[in-house]
Structure formats: C-alpha cells, structure tokens
Write a protein that binds this ligand. Sequence first.
Ligand SMILES: NC(=O)c1ccc[n+]([C@@H]2O[C@H](COP(=O)([O-])OP(=O)(O)OC[C@H]3O[C@@H](n4cnc5c(N)ncnc54)[C@H](O)[C@@H]3O)[C@@H](O)[C@H]2O)c1
Length: 415
Amino acid sequence: MSIKTIGRRQFMGGLALGTAGLLAYPTKVLGANDRVRVGMIGAGGRGQELLRWVSAVPNVQVVAVADIYKRRHDEARSIVPALQAYDDHRRLLDVKDIDAVLIASPLHWHARHLLDTLAAGKDLYCEKTMTWSIQEAEQCLAAAKSSRQVVAVGLQHESSGTLADAKQWIKQGLPGKITQVEAWMGRNTPHGQGQWVRPVPADCIAGHVRWDAFLNGRSARAFDAYKFINWRLFWEFSGGNVTENMVHQIAWITTALELDLPTSAYMSGGVFSEKDGREVPDTIAVTVNYPNDVVVLWRSVFNNSHYGLGEQFLGSDGTIEHLSGVTDMVTGKSASAVYLYPEKTNRPNGAALTGESKDQNHMANFIDCVRSRKPPNAPVEVGYRSAVAGHMANLAYRTRKVVTLEEARSTLPPM
Ligand SMILES: NC(=O)c1ccc[n+]([C@@H]2O[C@H](COP(=O)([O-])OP(=O)(O)OC[C@H]3O[C@@H](n4cnc5c(N)ncnc54)[C@H](O)[C@@H]3O)[C@@H](O)[C@H]2O)c1
C-alpha cells in the first residue's frame, strides 16, 4: 500500500472546478408555496428511498434521474412514472428548471456530483458521507460557502428530537463537564453472509453499465459486476463502516457538544467476521481526540447486534445516554430514546430526565430551505466535520498509527 503526501494545490488540480463560475448562475427565487422541481443522481438502494421520501413532501415534483446503470432507470420510473432518465449526470444538470438535486451515488462520486451541481446553480442534498477524502471535503466546503446554493447532507439524525433534547441539556449545563463520549454500533448477519453483500442482478452486464464512468479516475480495468454492486467493501470507492455509520454518530455527537475538527485519531480492528474478500474492516475500535478536553470512542462489530446503536456522554454532573435499537434484556423491547441521569456526587438532588422532543422530517426541512434560503438542519459544515473525522480514523487504520489533523490533510487516502 502506498501512501501519498500531497500539497494542497496539487490535490485541488485533480478535481478541477471553476469556483469563480459558481456565482455566475442566478438562483431562481421560489415563493413559499411554489413547486420545487427535483432531480436525482444515483438511483440505487438509498436513492430509491429518497425518491419515495421526497415525493411525499407536499408540492415537490421529481422530474429526472441520472444513473449509469440502465436497470435503475426502470426502478426509478416504478416509483415516479413520468421521469426523464439520463445515463450522465451532466445532462440532468443541463435541465434549466430543476431547482434541487438529490445525490445518492457511491461515496467516490459524491464530491464530483456535489461540485458539478453547485456549478450548475442548483441546490442539493448529498448523501453521507459528504466525500471520499478530506481533500475533497475541503474543496466541497469551500465551493458551498462561496455559492448561494442550499447544501444539505443526508445525516438525517441531525433532525432528530433526541439530538434537540441532548443539545438543550448540554446548553443548560446539566451533565457538567463532559470529557468522554462512548459510542457503539453493532449488526449481525447469518453465518456465511457478510454484512452489506448484495447479489449481482442478472442484467448487471457491461452493456448495461457505464463502467468507465463508475471508475471515476481509478485505474482502468475490465467490467467487474461484483465491485460495481458491492463498492462499499473496497477502499477505492468506499470508507467502510466509518463512512457508512460512524459518520452519523460523529455528526450527532459533535453537534450536541459543538465540537469542530478532531486533533488526532486512531483506529484498530480488521476483517474478522466474514473473510469474504472485503477490504474494509468489520470490527472496529476508534479513538477521536477533540480540542477542549473531549475524547470520543466508537466501536463497531458485524457479528453481534445486542447493544444496537448508542452514545453515552460522560459528564461530571450527569450522563446523557442515547439509545437506538437496543434490546431491553428484561422486556425484549427495542428502545430508541435519550435520557439524562444525574451524578449523585455533584447533583445529588437532580432528577433523571427522558427526552420528549419530536423528530423533524429531514427531507421536508431541505425542501423548506430551498424555498426559504435558510440553512438546513444538516448543513455543509456538519458534512465536512463528520467526513474529516471519519477519514482521519480510516487513515490511522490503514497506516497503523495515530494520525493528526495536519498529517491527514496532507495525505491522500491510499487506493
Ligand atoms: N443516510 C443514510 O442513512 C443512508 C442509508 C443508506 C445509504 N446511504 C448512502 O447513499 C449512498 C448510496 O448508497 P446505496 O446503498 O444506494 O448504493 P447503490 O450502489 O445501491 O446505489 C448507487 C447508485 O449510483 C449509481 N451510480 C454509480 N456511479 C454513478 C455516476 N457516476 N453517476 C450516476 N449514478 C451513478 C449506481 O448505478 C447505483 O444505482 C452512499 O453514499 C451511502 O452511504 C445513506
């Protein structure tokens, strides 16, 4: 594995973008009740969920999809029948009256799709993780900030009631000084079936896929249907479970605590559960250090789901516990909630609290912002800081050493 150190300027050349051109496009001003016309890039598993979700938001019309695999055009039309379908995202971006674009392509395409959408003067909702590398994340942040477009990231837990409650409790000082957050996420699959592995559809053949377009600058090779469908398992296209799942929890934690970028990260683990040819680890222990005396731990396995997903914020005056999908040992019920437990030492008379705020509809929030021009619940800054933390952890895993922010910024992820 070769690690490449780069100058910032050198990397930026790789994802050429006329940022100067970003402001050239006038943003169509929509009234509070105007119909929002939406396009989608990447209509696979998540893209089809987003199509259903956005179609349910009042006064939205999905007009087009772009996907390099023919099958997805038919699948998208089975959800929104009158769609225009393209096999090149640039044709979709040429459509003048599309106001907003949803991006649900594989990770290694997010930055290109995000930058091209901004350059076309359209608002966008980009699935997490915002980018495949830190260098791309920096370029996307800069481009978004110098544009007038609304940029939302598919970190839907940023719209959750549990996060609103945790933020409120922290603002009120109820947990006192929080120095550590322990977070975890566990899944399981039947023996012999690796997490995430998808069967290759019979029609997934070279003639139905624009394979060269999929590679996006990765070394040229013959069509590989398995990698095309199971891109998540390979570093060239993916960031593994850190960019699939840790990113949601890091976003949640850093929003709750108002943390910015980590100072350093370390990650250990490996491919231990199902040795099925995947490159990205299934067993993970991450330590992310933040300024202001906070360390975040994240552990994850793919061979045990007993504890589901959660975070524990450990403070001098109280503990905030956010649980999701954890099976209660006594009742067998699955819990999803946020709690505050006072510490007897420093808040002996404090009461235990259970969060009561309702979730907001994350997609409806994006569409509202397209009309109001307000910042969305998961803006580009959250996409950026969660992407940077994840990429630092992955770089640490792949180099087997603690990685500082400075090192990570100047090191391209190995392919
Ligand atoms: N927010 C969430 O909870 C959540 C959940 C699932 C997936 N996701 C994210 O959604 C993204 C997509 O995941 P998925 O499971 O749908 O993957 P997928 O492989 O099912 O879908 C990706 C689609 O993009 C298409 N594609 C590939 N390259 C393209 C290109 N250059 N232009 C246009 N289309 C292209 C593929 O043909 C495919 O249809 C990932 O970033 C993933 O992390 C987010």
